[in-house]
Design a protein around this ligand. Structure first.
Ligand SMILES: NC(=O)c1ccc[n+]([C@@H]2O[C@H](COP(=O)([O-])OP(=O)(O)OC[C@H]3O[C@@H](n4cnc5c(N)ncnc54)[C@H](OP(=O)(O)O)[C@@H]3O)[C@@H](O)[C@H]2O)c1
Length: 265
């Protein structure tokens, strides 16, 4: 099972939990160094894991990483698109995409596409880590990169709404897979590093640990109860109707086509 962003935060805890349940984990990070402590912790606990290193802000790097994994593994049984990003300001990737959109939307899409064969062969469960923030999001169809007016929250909300919409479309298109999106709760991690320091202090003091947040994620990939569940959005432990636009099949299909064109860049 592949877990992205497994070097820290909830991704590390998802990787440890899946390995503890017998999965051979592919622990992804931006570098092998970044995931080494996760690999060491899995090995110490008697589990099996290997690293995968690529930069999710770059489509070229993500595609190359997916191709290498697809060559190495005939079947992948789980893909947890956990890695995520909250911007400090508007940044554009070398391929010309706003960075929040690149990491939170284009990278998961490129992984579904690049790993389609091993995922189908493994009848995989795909878990896309979204956010409750998607409920306040809007797809800026004419300006997905928000060049005409950027805000980190606006970009994050749009990206997570897009991920929930694409999750629904993935579930409709891929009958051999199960695909679900989840809001893990507001969890004390490094995600808030680009927010005002007071936000980080409050979240660190009052919010649940990464280990607790991770449970909302890994159970969708591992527990028997969810073996046939697909196309759903979970607010922590409960299925919940997502944002209206994510319930609109035509909108989800339209977004899929737009993102598919971008992902060919
Ligand atoms: N924490 C919350 O309250 C909360 C709430 C709702 C949803 N979420 C979602 O939960 C997921 C996990 O986040 P978290 O809270 O555990 O935050 P986190 O500690 O910041 O973890 C994010 C992970 O993504 C990786 N990542 C970011 N950009 C990357 C890139 N360009 N290439 C490769 N890896 C990259 C990070 O790697 P580095 O450490 O090397 O940067 C890190 O491992 C995210 O999708 C987030 O949006 C979190």
């Amino acid at each position: 099972m592949l877990v992205t962003g497994a070097g820290g935060g909830m991704g590390r805890e998802v990787a440890l939990a899946l390995a503890a349940r017998g999965a051979h984990v592919i622990a992804h990070g931006r570098s092998e160094e970044r995931v080494k402590p996760t690999l060491d912790a899995i090995a110490r606990a008697g589990g099996k894991a290997e690293p995968a290193a690529f930069d999710l802000a770059s489509l070229a790097s993500t595609r190359a990483g997916a191709a290498e994994l697809a060559a190495r593994h005939k079947a992948i049984h789980g893909l947890v698109n956990n890695a995520g990003f909250w911007a400090g300001g508007r940044e554009v990737t070398p391929e010309g995409f706003e960075k929040t959109w690149a990491i939170n939307v284009l990278a998961p899409f490129a992984l579904w596409q690049g790993l389609a064969e091993p995922l189908r062969a493994g009848s995989a469960r795909v878990v896309n880590v979204a956010s409750v923030q998607h409920e306040k999001g809007r797809i800026h169809w004419d300006d997905l990169g928000l060049a005409g007016g950027f805000g980190a929250q606006k970009a994050y909300r749009q990206s997570k709404l897009a991920l929930v919409m694409l999750n629904a479309e993935l579930a409709r298109r891929e009958k051999d897979l199960r695909a679900n999106a989840v809001h893990p709760g507001v969890i004390a991690t490094e995600l808030f590093r680009n927010m005002p320091w007071i936000v980080g202090i409050c979240i660190g003091a009052f919010c649940p640990s990464a280990e607790k947040g991770a449970r909302t994620i890994w159970r969708l990939a591992a527990e028997a109860e969810f073996a046939d569940t697909t196309g759903r959005y979970f607010h922590t432990y409960r299925p919940k109707p997502p944002h209206k636009e994510a319930q609109d099949a035509a909108s989800c299909a339209r977004l899929w086509d737009v993102v598919a064109r971008q992902a060919m860049t």
